[in-house]
Design a protein. Sequence first.
Length: 217
Amino acid sequence: MTSAPTDSPAPRPVVDRTERFSGLRWSVRTDHVALPHGETVVRDYVVHPGAVGIIALDEADRVLLIQQYRHPVGYLLWEPPAGLMDLAGESPLATAQRELVEEAGLLADEWHVLADWFNSPGGSSEAFRCFLARGIRDVPGGRPPGTGEEADLPATWVPLAEAVDLVLAGELANPTSVTGILAAAAARGRGWAGLRSPDCAWPERDALLAQDRVWLP
């Protein structure tokens, strides 16, 4: 019987590196990578700070979605609250709690890690952690004012089963919506058993940090 497949870090030697661009929240670099069979390949990728998202469920198991304009694709997307890990020293959980306040004006009494993934591992070092937040309550005074695309964030609460249908019908395209909603539905089907603590280890991000593949503020 074979063991279950498990992802593992296995960085290949970088024989040359060029920093192409340094922006406000990420950079772009070119690496010349030596592969085990002897070939050297050239790979461009985004060095990303990492990000978190929040599947917030109310007492009726409705998931919170907010509508936000995403300029790279030119779409208004319905998505869970989310944000970059771009504050020095802030933990993933603290980032998630801050984003839930800033984007939705909400607090949560119960937090778990729902799923971890790489958002686009063929071209970006972005590691993403999705939290499940329950015991939802309003922030006193409401959501703080936002700027830019976050100045106006329409919100809606969607029954989790309906949200799954929207994902499977191709009506929701944001990766946090797709992966987070399906993960939440799977977790609910298991009676919420097996969820990880909100401050559990994040080995994928640790590996990226050790390999200098995280944009740091």
